[in-house]
Design a binder for this molecule. Structure first.
Ligand SMILES: *[C@@H]1O[C@H](CO)[C@@H](O)[C@H](O)[C@H]1NC(C)=O
Ligand SMILES: *[C@@H]1O[C@H](CO)[C@@H](O)[C@H](O)[C@H]1NC(C)=O
Ligand SMILES: *[C@@H]1O[C@H](CO)[C@@H](O)[C@H](O)[C@H]1NC(C)=O
Ligand SMILES: *[C@@H]1O[C@H](CO)[C@@H](O)[C@H](O)[C@H]1NC(C)=O
Length: 369
């Protein structure tokens, strides 16, 4: 008895010692052609190739809880069945996850089936409930998403939440078909909350809402982006959520064209929180219809009240080399109750025809309306 159990123990230990250093390599390179198989098999794979998957209606392509170090490869065209539900259509989480796509990959949301001009404003019971597209939630360690081509998301596209240490490189989002008859709505490209050390570079976005919207988080960089058709590079609305701190954000070397806004920082009326250390540098604007640069502390239920409040101070706002042209609208608008320590240099936005009165501009900051 003793002999056998000892032998078994020895063999077990030997097997463990041999397997441990190469555990990842010994997991399989898996290729899946259905969402169900991917979900069932995902934790046993070192790499997961998703080969032209047609995700059934009302289900998530569920790649949450992946084993650390897993590689995910989107291959071919990924499509989604139609159902009115809140989604998400794709969800990925884990530590040290690398997501890529093969040449010609397409994640086709088929958004036109949902577009009704109402976006996510369906609380009145009118309009279709639309699935969110891609949750990049709880991606940690050193994770990345690179080279995906996203087409026609039903509503908000990529949600980054509770992620720490995530880079998104060369993501293309083309929702421009939603411009027809103004049917696409609330198609924010990158919504970021409760996340830190996020790096988004060389994104190309055509949509109908924020190119980037940061509701909370720290150390977030968006660089080399090209945004058109939407609402620009936004911080906020900040306030009224569980996390209301935005700190150390950099928008760099990006182009915003044919959009409602260029640069926008907004906070919620009566709420508390803070926005500090936000930089916009080397931003080129063209064809902006509402505001080239707008900072306002008066948002309530998605609309400005016209009366700024001081509970979410905006400090350390740097604009350097933000320039371009308007198509109507107001070049610069500032409505502050608690704004300080700003530094604006080489801000040259021209062609605005509206001139609402600005308020609370920090003196000596170089900011002007
Ligand atoms: C939402 O829809 C209601 C009517 O259904 C409308 O009054 C309101 O302005 C809409 N809100 C937004 C943000 O579009
Ligand atoms: C900020 O995030 C980047 C990744 O985007 C990381 O390389 C850098 O170390 C972070 N900085 C701090 C102070 O954590
Ligand atoms: C950026 O967008 C504009 C407008 O769509 C386009 O003319 C330009 O070629 C784009 N640049 C890059 C690098 O994609
Ligand atoms: C002012 O803002 C700059 C830029 O964010 C920051 O480095 C500095 O610490 C701030 N100073 C104070 C007194 O808050």
């Amino acid at each position: 008895m003793v002999y056998f159990s000892t032998l078994a123990g020895l063999l077990g230990s030997a097997a463990l010692v041999a397997a441990a250093p190469t555990a990842l390599e010994q997991r399989a390179a898996c290729t899946f052609t259905t969402a169900a198989a991917a979900k069932a098999g995902k934790t046993g794979c070192a790499s997961i190739t998703l080969s032209s998957i047609a995700v059934p209606a009302g289900t998530t392509l569920d790649l949450t809880g992946l084993t650390a170090g897993t590689k995910v490869i989107f291959d071919g065209t990924t499509t989604f069945g139609y159902e009115e539900w809140s989604g998400p259509l794709i969800s990925i989480s884990g530590k040290d996850i690398t997501v890529t796509g093969t040449t010609g990959n397409s994640l086709n949301g088929g958004g036109a089936r949902w577009w009704d001009g109402l976006g996510s404003n369906v609380s009145s019971g009118k309009g279709k409930v639309k699935p969110k597209f891609f949750y990049a939630h709880s991606l940690t360690g050193s994770s990345s998403i690179t080279g995906l081509n996203i087409l026609n998301a039903p509503v908000q596209v990529i949600s980054i939440d509770a992620s720490v240490g995530l880079s998104l490189n060369h993501i293309t989002i083309d929702n421009s078909a939603g411009d027809a008859n103004s049917l696409g709505h609330n198609t924010d490209a990158f919504d970021i909350g409760q996340s830190s050390n996020i790096w988004i570079q060389n994104a190309i976005v055509k949509n109908q809402d924020d190119c980037v919207a940061i509701n909370s988080g720290t150390n977030i960089t968006f660089t080399g982006g090209n945004c058109s058709g939407g609402h620009g590079l936004s911080v906020g609305s900040v306030g009224g959520r569980s996390d209301n701190t935005v700190k150390d954000v950099h928008f760099l070397s990006s182009t915003i064209s044919k959009s409602m806004n260029g640069v926008r920082v907004k906070t919620v009326s009566g709420a508390t929180g803070s926005v500090s250390g936000v930089t916009y540098q080397d931003i080129t604007l063209s064809g902006i219809t509402a505001y080239g640069v707008v900072v306002e502390q008066d948002y309530q239920n998605g609309s400005p009240t016209g009366v700024p409040t001081s509970g979410v101070p905006i400090t350390g706002l740097t604009l350097n080399n933000v320039h371009g042209t308007m198509s109507g609208g107001q070049s610069v608008y500032i409505l502050c109750a608690s704004c300080s320590n700003w530094s604006w240099t080489k801000v040259a936005v021209t062609g605005g025809t509206v001139k609402k009165t600005c308020k609370g501009i920090p003196s000596g900051s170089g900011a002007a309306c």
